[in-house]
Ligand binder design. Structure first.
Ligand SMILES: Nc1ncnc2c1ncn2[C@@H]1O[C@H](COP(=O)(O)OP(=O)(O)OP(=O)(O)O)[C@@H](O)[C@H]1O
Ligand SMILES: [Mg+2]
Length: 351
């Protein structure tokens, strides 16, 4: 008997194509976002007719299909014309003017664009541009860019262009330099959260493409749908589908049951928890300490906050802990504090 004896054999896997559940997998169709796709395409169309395009500021919460829609529209554009070049840049990965220009130059086909000064890179960009009728530049996660002067340069010097800016932060534009903003004059496109039946529809398609037909129980799938809807992020659903499937496989089960979905849910790090807005800074700090020190007692928690130069008065610490408990982030257990010391609380992350 080895550790792997009870594993399902290859041909017995519950997955037909697990890769379909990857976050960067682009499905053939992106249902419920047809309007947004049409809107983005309309901003690009003038370029095809030889006129300047329209700029667009796209915003919405994480995991609502913004990046996927851009990629989808770019694929369609490539299918219909060679004259307009799509350039996609993730400003979190390419945060400086130099990195952005390098990427624009290389996606426009100017090879050897590495390690150059901004001026040299700009010459490469212009050379690349001269080979096409127009360019669409998508600047994803634009709020993560550390510099913005490339925007000025691009808007000032390229006429046949559409700039698509994508962000989670609706207020981003307000922080952009006025000279850039007045050259952008972008329209705004919001990606609202998916409704419950839309979440179900999207996950149903992914489930059907990733799993052997019929392995998912209706109730187990319903649990995944509900949790995804509650969090508003489709990545939650994709992770839960995958992890539930894996939980079933590790039990050598031929069906994904409620128990497997529950187990997957329990293991999932609630990545919304640390996001802005939902929890205050102090709550997030206390939560992270509890996460790092499972079972930590109240007194130790106070000490640790002091050590981190973030002292919190007992009364407000009590309120923060109550809020975390009520919100389902943590649970508490009363224990004896030691001989003659009464009771204290231990704190755990609630998964
Ligand atoms: N309408 C849809 N149809 C099918 N899959 C979708 C749809 N919307 C989102 N998804 C899936 O959800 C995942 C997250 O989508 P995407 O990366 O486009 O989100 P995002 O809005 O760009 O999020 P972030 O702001 O965090 O970058 C992807 O795997 C994508 O395939
Ligand atoms: Mg994205």
């Amino acid at each position: 008997m080895t550790l792997f004896d009870d594993m399902l054999k290859d041909e017995e896997s519950l997955f037909t194509d697990e890769h379909v559940l990857d976050f960067d997998y682009l499905p053939d169709l992106l249902p419920y976002r047809e309007n947004q796709q049409g809107y983005i395409a309309d901003c690009i169309k003038p370029l095809v007719a030889g006129r300047p395009g329209k700029n667009l500021f796209i915003h919405g919460a994480p995991g609502v299909g913004k990046t996927s829609c851009i990629r989808f529209v770019f694929e369609e554009l490539k299918k219909s014309t060679d004259a307009i070049k799509p350039v996609y840049i993730n400003c979190w990965k390419k945060p400086t003017t130099n990195a952005v220009l390098t990427e624009v130059a290389s996606q426009l086909g100017s090879i050897g664009a590495h390690y150059k000064t901004n001026e040299e890179l700009w010459a490469k960009v212009e050379k690349g541009l001269s080979r096409s009728k127009g360019v669409v530049i998508a600047l994803d996660e634009i709020d993560k860019a550390k510099e913005q002067d490339f925007l000025y340069q691009i808007l000032e010097n390229i006429r046949a262009i559409t700039v698509l800016m994508i962000s989670n932060d609706k207020a981003f534009l307000a922080n952009v330099d006025g000279r850039i903003r007045s050259r952008l004059t972008p329209e705004e496109l919001e990606f609202p959260p998916y409704k419950l039946d839309e979440v179900r529809g999207i996950l149903e398609e992914r489930k059907n493409a990733a799993f052997v037909p019929g392995v998912w129980g209706e109730e187990a799938f319903g649990l995944v749908v509900d949790k995804t809807y509650e969090q508003g992020d489709m990545r939650v659903g994709l992770s839960l589908l995958r992890e539930s499937g894996r939980a079933a496989e590790s039990d050598a089960s031929r069906r994904v049951t409620v128990e497997h979905a529950m187990r997957a849910k329990g293991k999932m790090v609630d990545f919304r928890m640390y996001g802005s807005g939902d929890l205050g800074e102090k709550e997030a700090l206390v939560l992270s300490i509890i996460e790092e020190n499972s079972g930590i007692e109240t007194g130790e928690l106070t000490e640790m906050l002091k050590k981190r130069a973030e002292p919190i008065a007992d009364s407000s610490l009590r309120r923060i802990i109550q809020r975390l408990d009520k919100g389902g982030y943590i649970f508490r257990e009363e224990v004896a504090a030691g001989y003659g010391k009464g009771k204290t609380m231990k704190h755990f992350i609630d998964k």
